[in-house]
Design a protein around this ligand. Structure first.
Ligand code: PMP
Ligand code: GLN
Length: 397
C-alpha cells in the first residue's frame, strides 16, 4: 500500500466552505453574499499610507512582536474605544491576520489532550486549529431567538457541563460570526466565573468590534475584572477598515499570556508585512467619525438586506453585530442548508454560506435550517441579490 499523501492532521479537511462558494459564485456569475469580504475598498488615507511606506523604504522585516508605532496605535485604540489600558511593549503581538493570532494563542497556551470550550456555530478555523494541536473541542450550541429570548442565547447548564478538569481555554467570539450575537455583560460575567473556577484561559475574538448596532454595545471581555488576567483579545484590521486582504491582526494580553503567544508567533510567521503595519497604525488613529460612519453604513446595509430577504420569503434573524444575516430556510423544501445554498448559487444566482459547516457533527442538524448572507457589499449588489431571490426562489411551503 502506498503511504497516503496527507498527514492525518489535514486528512479530514476539504477545501474551506468560503473558497468553495466563492469559486462557485464566480463560475455561475452569482452575486456573492457568501465569503465575508467587502466589495468596496478601505479608506484612501490608509491605502496612501501603505504606498508611502513602501516608497519610503519600510520594506524589510518588522520587529517580531510588531512595529513599535503600530503597537502604540493598538494601545491608543484599545483605550479610546474600550477603556482598556495596554502596555504596547509587553502586551501586544502583531500577527498576519486574526487567523494567525488564533493559531498562535492555541499553540502558546494549549497542550495535546487539553480541552477547549467554544460556542457553535463557530468560525471554522477554531475547530481545525484545535485539531492541529491534538486537543479536543467541547462545543455548546447557541440557540436562536424564541418567545423567551430576544437574541441568540445559551443554556447555562450546557456550558457548565462542557467545562471539566481538562478545560484549558474558552473561545469567545463577540460580535459573533455567523449569528451576529453580541454577548452581554451578564453573560460574560457568568462565563468568566466558570473560567476562573476552572483556571481556564480565554481567547476573545473581536474582529467585528466596530460592527455593532444599537441598542447592542460591544463589551470587551478583558475589561471585566474576572477576565483581565486570563484573556487574550484577538482583533484585526480586516473588517474595521474594509481591508481583509491585508491580513494584519494582533493580540492584546497580560504579559505572561502575550509571551506565550509571542513564542509561537516567532516561529509561525516571525513578523507581519511591514508597510501594511505602518498603514494600519494610521487606520487605528482615524477620528471617531470614521468608526461612527462605518457602523452607520453597515446599519443601512443590514436593513437593506433584511428587507430584501424578507420580501423573498426568507424569515431572518436580525444580527446585533458583524456583517452577516442568518435566514431561515427550513420551509423551502431542501434536504439541508448545503443543498439550499448549492441551488441558490447555481439556479438563483446568489451565493450564501451553509452554516452547518460551523457545527460539530453531533450538532450539525442545528445549522441545516439556515443560510448565511453577508451584507458587506455595495447597495447595488445587495439590491441585485434581493431581486434575484424575489424572482427566482420558489415560495416557501
Ligand atoms: N475570526 C472571525 C470570527 C472571522 O469571521 C474571521 C474572518 N473574517 C477571522 C477571525 C479571520 O480574520 P483575519 O482575516 O484577520 O485573519
Ligand atoms: N471570515 C470570513 C467569513 O466568515 C471568511 C474568511 C475566510 O475566507 N477564511 O466569511
Amino acid at each position: 500500500m502506498p503511504r497516503p499523501v496527507f498527514a492525518e492532521r489535514v486528512s479530514r479537511f476539504g477545501t474551506t466552505v468560503f473558497s468553495e462558494f466563492s469559486a462557485l459564485a464566480a463560475k455561475h456569475g452569482a452575486v456573492n453574499l457568501g465569503q465575508g469580504f467587502p466589495d468596496f475598498d478601505g479608506p484612501e488615507a490608509v491605502k496612501e499610507a501603505a504606498q508611502r511606506a513602501i516608497r519610503d523604504g519600510i520594506n524589510q522585516y518588522a520587529m517580531g512582536v510588531g512595529a513599535k508605532d503600530l503597537r502604540q496605535a493598538i494601545a491608543e485604540h484599545a483605550l479610546r474605544f474600550h477603556g482598556q489600558t495596554v502596555d504596547p511593549d509587553t502586551m501586544v503581538t502583531v500577527t498576519s491576520g486574526a487567523t494567525e493570532a488564533i493559531l498562535d494563542v492555541l499553540l502558546g497556551l494549549v497542550n495535546p489532550g487539553d480541552e477547549v470550550v467554544a460556542f457553535e456555530p463557530f468560525y471554522d478555523s477554531y475547530d481545525a486549529n484545535v485539531a492541529f494541536l491534538g486537543a479536543t473541542s467541547r462545543y455548546v450550541p447557541l440557540r436562536p431567538p424564541d418567545a423567551a429570548h430576544a437574541t441568540w442565547w445559551f443554556d447555562r447548564d450546557e456550558v457548565r457541563a462542557a467545562f471539566g478538569p481538562r478545560t484549558r481555554l474558552l473561545i469567545l467570539n463577540t460580535p459573533h460570526n455567523p449569528t451576529g450575537k453580541v454577548f452581554t455583560r451578564e453573560e460574560l460575567e457568568f462565563l468568566g466565573g466558570l473560567c476562573a473556577e476552572h483556571g481556564a484561559w480565554v481567547l476573545s475574538d473581536e474582529v467585528y468590534e466596530h460592527l455593532v448596532f444599537a441598542p447592542a454595545r460591544h463589551l470587551r471581555p478583558a475589561t471585566l475584572p474576572v477576565f483581565a488576567d486570563r484573556t487574550v483579545t484577538v482583533s484585526s484590521a480586516g473588517k474595521s477598515f474594509s481591508l481583509t486582504g491585508w491580513k494584519v491582526g494582533w493580540v492584546i494580553a497580560p504579559p505572561p499570556l502575550r509571551d506565550a503567544v509571542q513564542r509561537a508567533h516567532q516561529f509561525v510567521t516571525f513578523a507581519t508585512a511591514s508597510p501594511l503595519q505602518a498603514a494600519v497604525a494610521t487606520a487605528l488613529r482615524l477620528p471617531d467619525s470614521y468608526f461612527e460612519d462605518l457602523a452607520r453604513l453597515y446599519l443601512g446595509k443590514r436593513e437593506r438586506l433584511l428587507a430584501g430577504l424578507r420580501e423573498a420569503g426568507l424569515p431572518v434573524h436580525t444580527p446585533e453585530g458583524s456583517y452577516f444575516i442568518l435566514a431561515d430556510i427550513a420551509r423551502h423544501g431542501f434536504a439541508d442548508d448545503v443543498a439550499f445554498c448549492r441551488h441558490l448559487v447555481t439556479e438563483v444566482g446568489v451565493a450564501a454560506i451553509p452554516p452547518s459547516v460551523f457545527y460539530s457533527p453531533e450538532h450539525r442538524h442545528l445549522g441545516q435550517g439556515m443560510a448565511r448572507f453577508a451584507f458587506c457589499k455595495t447597495d447595488a449588489v445587495l439590491d441585485e441579490a434581493s431581486k434575484r431571490l424575489r424572482a427566482r426562489l420558489a415560495p416557501a411551503r
